[in-house]
Design a protein around this ligand. Sequence first.
Ligand SMILES: NC(=O)c1ccc[n+]([C@@H]2O[C@H](COP(=O)([O-])OP(=O)(O)OC[C@H]3O[C@@H](n4cnc5c(N)ncnc54)[C@H](OP(=O)(O)O)[C@@H]3O)[C@@H](O)[C@H]2O)c1
Length: 221
Amino acid sequence: MNTKYDIGIIGGTGDAGCGLAVRLAKAGHVVTIGSREEQKAKQVENNIIANYNGLKTRGATNQEAATCPIVIVATPWDATIATLRPLKDELKDKTVVSMVNSVIMENKEMHSVIPSSGSMAFEIANLLKSDTVTGAFHHLPAKQLLKLETQLDQDVVIFGDSDQAVEQTLELTNSIKNLKGVYVGSIKLSFAVEAFTSVLVSASIRHKGHASIKLTGIKPK
Ligand SMILES: NC(=O)c1ccc[n+]([C@@H]2O[C@H](COP(=O)([O-])OP(=O)(O)OC[C@H]3O[C@@H](n4cnc5c(N)ncnc54)[C@H](OP(=O)(O)O)[C@@H]3O)[C@@H](O)[C@H]2O)c1
């Protein structure tokens, strides 16, 4: 691995945040798993040590996770802004990677809910008044992330407006074995990226699997 990052995950005790935490820790990064309750995060830290061969992460509060130089947001969409509001000064101008999808389940399908600004990434960027918000990991099934024995073989669509934040997001993504980060463009693409999750999850339910994506016809760097 080239760069070893210090990464905080807000909402890191859920399947998505925890799955990413174990993959990133396995790749050599220092990962802080944030929670509303420190005890819950410590429990997750201990579970990871027990179930992943002593793999080290740190369980802490969301406030502590937000002090890391790179922060991943892994909260449910309808709790995201309330969770980040008290942390906004800490997060401003940091690389903040949103994996948040605004979706709801209806009749065994997942449907998108469009936030007023168009996407959760825009909601976060507007709250932080910052152009360093990127998006990544929206389409990775948490159940696969959590099983280290499952070999990943997916592309991760990345968007964002800050060159440095995008570069860091790409590095993080590519440090996870068999993931390929593909930068697609500005945060204006966030609506389409987030909404497409509903297609993948609905396909996974209908066809009983874990749909994900691989872009063909391009050779990204
Ligand atoms: N699940 C997937 O396969 C997947 C894949 C890609 C992206 N995502 C996205 O990643 C995000 C997290 O997904 P998830 O499945 O891990 O969700 P989750 O388990 O429902 O929630 C993640 C964590 O957020 C915190 N949380 C829950 N309700 C909250 C509230 N009302 N206020 C503040 N914090 C709250 C909880 O942590 P504490 O109780 O410890 O605070 C919880 O463990 C979502 O936006 C989802 O769309 C999910």
